[in-house]
Design a protein around this ligand. Structure first.
Ligand SMILES: [Zn+2]
Length: 197
């Protein structure tokens, strides 16, 4: 298939908002995340909350059949939040930008770092969701005159934008990213079931 090494595991996600809502972002809290698809377990990782980021520990099986242990720190980044305080983001280890969610297979990286691999498949619903998400982020980057592009997947709130508008765009962005991930998983399993192409 054209997506290279993409597998179902490529679209496992780590979502700070999800962890936070469940009280799992307290310092030194440890969480085991397990994913499944079509009733089968497809992967799991251990997440430890350190003051400076999330420590991810898991292993994957390399092409030569060997188990590879991964132990990576995904640093936190921060932006101001609406009522004081600050919002946490994850810094993608590959591109260095602040991200809403990380997606993993072998390594956990942002959607764009994963999505580039599949850029040629521009007509499917997953790609459409991805392009819509990018348009929302680009609109915010434009309001920052592009200065946020190197640092953020989804920029902090532009000075003249209302918080409610910003939150609405953020929610839309998250939903589109979820749609992208689900679409990608569906596509991968369809290819696996249908054989190589
Ligand atoms: Zn990235």
């Amino acid at each position: 298939m054209r997506c290279g090494a993409a597998t179902c595991e490529s679209f496992h996600s780590i979502d700070l908002a999800w962890l936070g809502q469940r009280g799992r972002l307290k310092p030194w809290h440890s969480t085991k995340l397990t994913w499944s698809w079509g009733g089968e377990k497809t992967g799991s990782i251990n997440i430890l909350v350190q003051p400076d980021g999330l420590r991810l520990r898991y292993s994957f099986t390399a092409d030569n059949g060997e188990k590879v242990g991964v132990n990576e720190l995904v640093p936190f980044m921060y932006t101001p939040a609406q009522f004081g305080g600050r919002r946490h983001w994850l810094k993608c280890i590959k591109c260095g930008r602040g991200c809403r969610k990380l997606y993993g297979g072998r390594y956990f990286r942002c959607r764009q770092c994963h999505g580039l691999k599949c850029a040629s498949q521009s007509e499917d619903p997953a790609q459409r969701a991805m392009h819509r998400a990018d348009r929302i982020a680009n609109r915010l980057h434009d309001m920052w005159k592009g200065t946020t592009r190197a640092d953020w997947e989804f920029p902090p709130k532009p000075p003249r934008m209302r918080w409610s508008t910003y939150q609405r765009l953020l929610d839309q962005y998250d939903e589109l990213q979820d749609r992208w991930a689900i679409g990608m998983m569906g596509m991968v399993s369809r290819f696996s079931a249908g054989g190589a192409r």
